[in-house]
Write a protein that binds this ligand. Structure first.
Ligand code: ATP
Ligand code: MG
Length: 574
C-alpha cells in the first residue's frame, strides 16, 4: 500500500518540474501552457497527446491553457483547418483560456521586434539567394561561411527591411537573418532566417503582408507575449531551443514584458521555458500530416475523416469516445525517449469505455430465416431486455418477437466442429433475452444452400432454465417483421507493417492493408437501436462495438464497427 504522501507525488518528469517551479515561485507560481498547432492539416492522435498534456496540466495545477494557431505560412494554412482543430479540441472535452490566439495577430509586434534586433546589429538583411544561402550554411561536419551582407550597416538593413515590407522585392530576393554564429555546431544558430518575402495572401491577414516571419522566430515570441510559463513540445524542437532562448535574450526585456498580455503584472518577468517530450507513435499506424495528406490526396482513404484514419475526425466517426482517447493519453504518459506504443493499448482504452457505457443491441450480419412453428401467426411479444448486462440503471428496451425471425448464418451448423455451442439440427439454443428453441427441420434450395430453419419454442423457458436438460448456447436474433435493414462497415488496420516508416507516398500506398474495409449490406437490426434516445454508440451483441455514421445518401443507416469485442491488450502479461 502506498501512503498518502507517496500517492500524491506528481508522476512524470514534466509534472515534477512544474511542481518544483510552483514551489520555488518561478513565474510567480503561475502555470500557463498552450497548444500551438499550425492550421495546415487535421489533428491526429499524436496531437491529442499534446492537447491532453497541456490542458490537463493547466487544470491540475489551477493554471491556464491557450489555444494558439502558429500560422506563419500563408501557402499551407486555411480557415477550414482552424475550424476543425477547434471543434476537435472541444470534442475532446477541453476549453481554452479566453479567445483563440493567432500568431498572425502579432505580425506588427514581431516586425517591431525585428527592427529592434536590426538596430542592435543582431539581424541583417541578406541578399544571398536561397540556393547560395544553403551552400554558405555549411554542413554538420563543416562550419558555414559568413554572408557577404553580414556586416551591412544597420541603417541600411532597416531601410531595406521597410522596403521589403512595402513590396519592392521579389520572393527570395532578400531575407532578414539573425546574426549569431556561422560556425555554431548547432545548425539552427547559423544566422537563421527570421523573415522571408512571400507575395501571397494569408487567410487571417489577407494582403497586408508580402513577407512573413519564420516559425522559429514567431513561436518563441508568441509564447512570451502570451506569458506562457511552460512551453511543452516534441523532441524535434530540442535543437531549436537555443535559438528561441537567443531571440528572447536579444529583445529588450522591458519592451517584451510591456507587449505581453500581462504587461507590468508579469513582473518578475521570466521568459517561457521549453521542455521537450517524445512524440507518440503507435503500431500499425502512421502519424505525420505530410503523409496523411498524401494518403487523402492519392485516394488511399476516402477523406480526412475516413474511420480508418488516425485523425481525431476519423476516430470520432469510427466511434472512439473522447474519454477513451483521454484515458489512453494518460496511460501512455510522457517520456523523454521515443517508443512504439502497441495499438492494442489504444483499442483497450476504447473497449473499456464502451463496455461500460454503450447500450447493447442485436444485429444479424448474415441472416438465416427461422420460422417458429408453434408461435402463432399474428402474435407479437415485446420482450423487455436490459440495455446493459451490468448496469440496471440504463433500463430496458422492448424487443419484438414474432413467428419469423432470423439468426446469424454461422450460428447454425449441420456438421458442427467440436465444441460448437450454437444451433444444430435437432439441437437446442437460447435466443438472447427470450426462449429456448429447438431446430426441427432444415430447408435447402436446389443448390443445396440452407434457406430456412423451422424450430419449436419452449414457452416455459423465458427467464428460466429449461427443465431436466442443459442448454449452453445463447445466440442473437431479430424479428423479421420488425427488423431494420442497415449497412455495416468493419475495419481492420490500415497498414500491414507493425512499424510503417514510409519514405515517400509510393511506399505509403504500397503499405496499405487491402482488407482494411469490409462492407456488409442487408444486415438486420432490432428497431429500438434506431430511435433517437438510443444514442449512436452500441455493442451489437457478439459482433462488436458500433457507431452510427452520419446520414447515408441511400437512406440506409450505416454503422461503423468501432472495434471488435476481443481485447488483446495485456494478454499473457497477466
Ligand atoms: P506532424 O508531425 O503531424 O506534421 P506537427 O508537429 O507538424 O505534426 P503541429 O501543428 O506543428 O503539427 O503540432 C502541434 C503540436 O502537436 C506541437 O506542439 C507538436 O509538438 C505536437 N505533436 C505533433 N505530433 C505529435 C505526436 N505524434 N505526439 C505528440 N505530440 C505531437
Ligand atoms: Mg509541423
Amino acid at each position: 500500500m502506498q501512503n498518502e504522501a507517496e500517492s500524491s507525488t506528481p508522476s512524470g518528469f514534466i509534472r515534477q518540474m512544474i511542481a518544483r517551479d510552483i514551489a520555488s515561485g518561478k513565474h510567480g507560481g503561475r502555470v500557463h501552457t498552450r497548444f500551438p498547432p499550425e492550421p495546415n492539416g487535421y489533428l491526429h492522435i499524436g496531437h491529442a497527446k499534446s492537447i491532453c498534456l497541456n490542458f490537463s496540466l493547466a487544470e491540475e495545477y489551477g493554471g491556464l491553457c491557450n489555444l494558439r494557431f502558429d500560422d506563419t505560412n500563408p501557402l499551407r494554412e486555411d480557415q477550414d483547418f482552424v475550424d476543425s482543430i477547434k471543434e476537435n479540441i472541444r470534442w475532446l472535452g477541453f476549453r481554452w483560456h479566453g479567445e483563440v490566439r493567432y500568431s498572425s495577430s502579432y505580425f506588427e509586434q514581431l516586425y517591431e521586434f525585428a527592427r529592434q534586433l536590426i538596430r542592435k546589429d543582431r539581424a541583417y538583411v541578406c541578399a544571398l539567394s536561397p540556393d547560395q544561402a544553403r551552400e554558405y550554411r555549411g554542413a554538420l561536419t563543416a562550419p558555414g561561411v559568413d554572408s557577404p551582407w553580414r556586416e551591412r550597416d544597420p541603417e541600411e538593413s532597416l531601410d531595406l527591411f521597410a522596403r521589403m515590407r512595402q513590396g519592392e522585392f521579389a520572393d527570395g530576393e532578400l531575407s532578414l537573418r539573425a546574426k549569431i554564429d556561422m560556425a555554431a555546431p548547432n545548425m539552427n544558430l547559423r544566422d537563421p532566417i527570421l523573415y522571408r518575402i512571400r507575395h501571397a495572401a494569408h487567410y487571417q491577414t489577407g494582403a497586408d503582408w508580402c513577407m512573413y516571419p519564420t516559425y522559429d522566430y514567431t513561436h518563441c515570441i508568441s509564447d512570451a507575449l502570451e506569458n506562457i510559463t511552460h512551453s511543452l513540445c516534441t523532441l524535434e524542437f530540442e535543437d531549436h531551443r537555443p535559438l528561441y532562448d537567443w531571440i528572447l535574450q536579444q529583445i529588450d526585456r522591458d519592451s517584451l514584458r510591456a507587449a505581453s498580455e500581462l504587461g507590468d503584472a508579469a513582473a518578475p518577468w521570466v521568459p517561457p521555458e521549453q521542455t521537450e517530450f517524445a512524440k507518440l507513435r503507435i503500431s500499425y499506424t502512421m502519424l505525420g500530416k505530410r503523409f496523411l495528406r498524401a494518403l487523402v490526396e492519392e485516394g488511399g482513404v476516402a477523406g480526412w475523416d475516413d474511420p480508418r484514419m488516425p485523425t481525431l475526425a476519423g476516430m470520432r466517426r469510427r466511434g472512439y469516445t473522447p474519454a477513451s482517447i483521454r484515458n489512453f493519453c494518460e496511460a501512455v504518459g510522457v517520456a523523454r525517449s521515443e517508443s512504439l506504443v502497441d495499438i492494442a493499448m489504444l483499442e483497450h482504452a476504447v473497449r473499456e469505455d464502451l463496455d461500460r457505457n454503450a447500450p447493447r443491441a442485436m444485429c444479424v450480419l448474415r441472416p438465416l430465416k427461422v420460422v417458429l412453428r408453434n408461435f402463432d401467426e399474428g402474435r407479437r411479444d415485446m420482450l423487455p431486455i436490459p440495455c446493459h448486462p451490468k448496469r440496471g440503471e440504463l433500463g430496458r428496451r422492448k424487443v419484438p418477437l414474432g413467428r419469423e425471425i432470423c439468426i446469424e448464418r454461422e450460428d447454425f451448423a449441420v456438421a458442427p466442429p467440436p465444441g460448437f455451442k450454437r444451433l444444430v439440427a435437432g439441437g437446442e439454443v437460447r435466443l438472447r433475452g427470450a426462449y429456448v428453441i429447438r431446430c426441427e427441420e432444415v430447408f435447402r434450395d436446389a443448390a443445396g444452400e440452407i434457406t430456412e430453419l423451422h424450430c419449436s419454442v419452449d414457452f416455459d423457458t423465458l427467464g428460466k432454465r429449461p427443465e431436466g436438460r442443459k442448454v449452453k448456447g445463447v445466440i442473437h436474433w431479430v424479428s423479421l417483421a420488425a427488423a431494420e435493414k442497415v449497412t455495416l462497415r468493419l475495419y481492420d488496420r490500415l497498414f500491414v507493417e507493425e512499424n510503417p516508416a514510409p519514405k515517400n507516398i509510393g511506399e505509403v500506398m504500397a503499405g496499405l492493408n487491402p482488407d482494411s474495409l469490409e462492407q456488409i449490406e442487408g444486415c438486420l437490426l432490432e428497431p429500438a437501436a434506431l430511435t433517437a434516445e438510443a444514442g449512436d454508440h452500441f455493442q451489437f451483441e457478439r459482433v462488436g462495438y458500433f457507431h452510427r455514421d452520419r446520414e447515408a445518401e441511400s437512406g440506409t443507416p450505416v454503422f461503423n464497427r468501432t472495434i471488435s469485442l476481443r481485447d488483446t491488450w495485456g494478454r499473457g502479461s497477466g
